[in-house]
Every structure is written in C-alpha cells, then in structure tokens.
Design a protein around this ligand. Structure first.
Ligand SMILES: *Cc1c(COP(=O)(O)O)cnc(C)c1O
Length: 447
C-alpha cells in the first residue's frame, strides 16, 4: 500500500469505526500496552498523507490533528522520505558528540536563520519537546546563575519531572506522579475569554498582576527564566491579548531574566507565521521547538542568543540520540517543504476557512462560547448555552460523533471543554470544508 502524498484525498468509510480488524487489534493493544496510554481515534493506521489517515479496515479518515501539530508538511512528505531513506542507507547513528555530521549543523543553521531576531544565535538539538524545555531551563540557570522559573496557568510543557512541574493541569498529566521539581512559580495567564473584569482589561491587568507578584513574592533578581507558549496549546489555544507578550519580554529584559518562548506546538508555519512570536515582533532570548520541526521524526531544539547558548561548560549539554542524523535529515526535508510550498501562507488560508466557518456556527449555536486561534491553529470553547460554564460533555459528544463519521478531532483545555483543529498544512481545502460540515452536524446534534 502506498502512503504519503499519493493517498486518495477523500473521506471514505467502509466499516463502522472501529472496523472489525481495528477492534481485534485494540484487544491486542490492551493486552500488551500499558493502560496508562489513552486512545484517541480507535483505529489502527496503515498509511497517512495529505489530509487523510487510512486504517486496516480500509477506512479513510480526515485528519484534523496532524499528530498534534507534528506533520505540518503532511505524513511522509516527499522530501522527508527521500532524505530519511538516503540517510538511513548512509549511516544511522554516531552520536553527534562522539563523531559529528553535517545534518545537525545544517538544522542549527536553519533554526538560527528562521527564528525571530537578527542577533547572533546558536542552537542545540534534542529528541522531544520536554527535553528541549528541560535544556532551556538548564541553560537559563547557568547563564543567569539564578534558579526560579516562571510559568503560567493553563501552560503545558511536557511530562518529564521538571516539565510536569512546569505544566499547569493536574489530571491526567501530574496526578500521583510527584514530588515535582522545585523553584517553579506559576503566574496568572492573560486569558481574554475568562478574564474576570472583561476582555478589554485583560492585557493590562494580567501584566500588572504579573509584575506585582514577581516583585513582591519572588524578587526579579532570583528569576532565571520566564517560559511561556505564545499561544497556549494543550491549555486550549489561549491567545494572549496584544501587549501581554511584549510586556513580559520587556520586564524580562529589564531584570536580566531569560525570556523563553515555548514554540513546540506553535512553531514551523502552524500559526500563519514561521513562529507565533513574530505576530507582535517579540524576540525571545531562547526558543524551544519540536513537533512541526521534522515531519514526524523525533527532534527538538533550543535556539537563542549566542552568549546565552555558549554560557554552558563544554559537555554540559547533549544526549545519546539528540539530533539523530535521521531526524536531522527529516528536518531538512520538512524545512525545505515549508519554504518551497509557502506553507506559512497556506496556514493562513486554512485558518481563514476554519475561522469564518466556525464563527458562522457560533452565531447559530450558543454552545460555542469562543472561537479563537491564529493561522491553522484554531479552537472552539464550548459552554453551557447562555453562560460561560465549561461544557466538557459537549466536547465528548462532538468527538464521538466525528469519530464515527471518520473525522479525527482533538480536545484540549484545562476544563476539557475545548475542541482544537490542527490540520496538516497540506490538507486539500475540500477535505477541510467537509470536516467542518461534519463538525457542524455534530454540534447541531448535541442533546
Ligand atoms: C507537546 C508540547 C511539549 C512537549 O513535547 P513532547 O515532545 O511531547 O515532550 C512542550 N511544550 C508544548 C507547548 C507542547 O505543545
């Protein structure tokens, strides 16, 4: 069976979801795999590409998740496949710190070029988003000789011990897994839809509260880093109001604090810009990237000011697999694809289709409290009609409906009441429109 971009771009259901073959395999999965891992779409995948995922029963499902904003260039993008195949045949691993190879250096050069700011930059490569965050904190602490790390309500930074401490939501990410790393301080997030005194006051008041708390409770001179997602991902695509991020960056600069933008989910064209920080011209000191970087292969990075990145002693950073030659080859293919096909613009095109359609739905269905996001990172927040009370049941029903109809959608949010849409940026527009029609039917069918 051939996958990748050549897969027929259609939604096609030939069985119920899950079909008989997937149902059998789900039993094998339960018998062999830890119960600690959840299941989203209950099918087993045989191929994926463009905007679809094909399963063992022959169903073709519209993919509104892109593996959680990973396959921005699509599954098995031509350039990614070509580069990976050539690299696997040449050599698979030496460990970059043992015997270097050029793929690693080239990925760093691209990151230094593509990330915001025209100052001198350097990069280091790792495997996962969490590992990039861990390393950003290590680097910021060495550079500043300070310990405190500031994070935000609704923030998500990963599942390792340090990044669990940095992540806001308890269930399912943290429950029972403590004790957690110390010196992590969580500040109120500028969340326009739920700001107590109204959206228009959100930026100024959130910033004021932030500054008050840091000055009175922490002491800015103790703070190594402020770490924030420019648009929060798992927290429910919370877009901070204009002024909030620049305000934080200015505060960080004033006090010698390293400002870290966690662009693991927002990066690589997703938001209609190469990086979400660009929207307000914010230039972070360090930026963490992962998900969209390598077309599906595990790779992550910390990129930032050369003097900060170089403050670490030789041997202080690294890891056996970090910046694997295969993942680097994939990243070079993914970056080339993003630039050649102008996926930054395509993210805006897909975003416009989603946003206009979802706003029309909101006018008809009061269960949609908020429509928000940027580029091809769009979400709806579901509430009990006439209130702002979170409505996670509605999300569960919509996910169930869409699953049965062959549309993969993801939920999110501290209250579990957000549906988020992250189509591959190469999804054909007719498939996106079809997915939105099914989402509307799901909303209309809510009881
Ligand atoms: C997914 C994510 C992480 C963690 O990345 P992993 O590769 O799962 O470790 C960190 N930060 C953000 C913003 C993310 O979306």
């Amino acid at each position: 069976m051939s996958g990748g971009p050549s897969l027929p771009q259609e939604r096609k259901l030939v069985t119920a979801i899950p079909g008989p073959k997937s149902a059998e395999l789900l039993k094998r999965r339960s018998a062999a795999v830890s119960a600690g891992l959840g299941v989203g779409m209950p099918v087993f995948v045989t191929a994926a590409g463009g905007g679809v995922i094909q399963d063992v029963d022959g169903n073709s499902i519209i993919d509104m998740g892109a593996g959680i904003a990973v396959v921005n260039v699509g599954n098995s993008a031509d350039k990614v496949v070509e580069n990976v195949q050539a690299q696997v045949a040449a050599f698979t691993h030496t460990c970059f710190m043992v015997a270097p190879y050029m793929g690693y250096v080239e990925v760093c050069e691209h990151l230094n070029r593509l990330t915001p700011g025209d100052h001198e930059k350097k990069s280091a490569l790792f495997n996962s988003g969490a590992e990039a965050l861990e390393n950003a904190v290590k680097i910021a602490r060495v550079y500043t000789k300070r310990q405190a790390v500031i994070v935000f309500e609704h923030g998500y930074h990963g599942r390792t011990n340090l990044t669990m401490a940095m992540t806001a939501k308890n269930m399912p990410y943290k429950q029972g897994f403590g004790p957690f790393a110390s010196e992590i301080y969580r500040m109120p997030m500028a969340y326009p839809y739920r700001w107590m005194t109204g959206e228009e006051n959100c930026a100024a008041e959130a910033l004021e509260e932030f500054i008050h708390k840091v000055e009175k409770e922490l002491g800015p001179e103790n703070v190594a880093a402020i770490v924030i997602e420019p648009i929060q991902g798992e927290g429910g695509f919370i877009v901070p109001p204009k002024g909030f991020l620049p305000g934080l960056a200015a505060f960080a600069k004033k006090h010698g604090i390293v400002f870290v933008a966690d662009e693991v989910q927002t990066g690589f064209a997703r938001t209609g810009q190469m990086f979400a920080c660009e929207d307000e011209g914010v230039v972070p000191d360090l930026i963490t990237t992962a998900k969209g970087i390598a077309g599906g292969l595990p790779l992550s990075a910390v990129t930032g000011r050369a003097e900060i990145m170089d403050s670490v002693h030789v041997g202080g950073l690294g890891g056996t697999y970090g910046g694997s030659p295969i993942a680097c080859a994939a990243a070079l293919g993914a970056i080339e694809t993003i630039e050649e096909h102008d996926l930054v613009s395509q993210a805006r095109v897909l975003g416009e289709i989603m946003t206009s359609s979802l706003l029309e739905m909101q006018a008809k269905h009061p269960v949609i409290g908020d429509v928000r996001g940027r580029g091809a990172m769009v979400a709806i927040e579901l509430v009990k009609p006439g209130t702002k009370d979170p409505n996670p049941d509605a999300v569960a029903q919509i996910v169930k409906y869409c699953t049965a109809e062959g549309v993969l959608v993801l939920s999110a949010g501290t209250y579990g009441n957000v549906l988020r849409f992250l189509p591959p940026l190469v999804m054909p527009e007719h498939l996106l429109r079809e997915a939105l029609e099914i989402i509307e039917k799901a909303i209309a069918s809510l009881v």
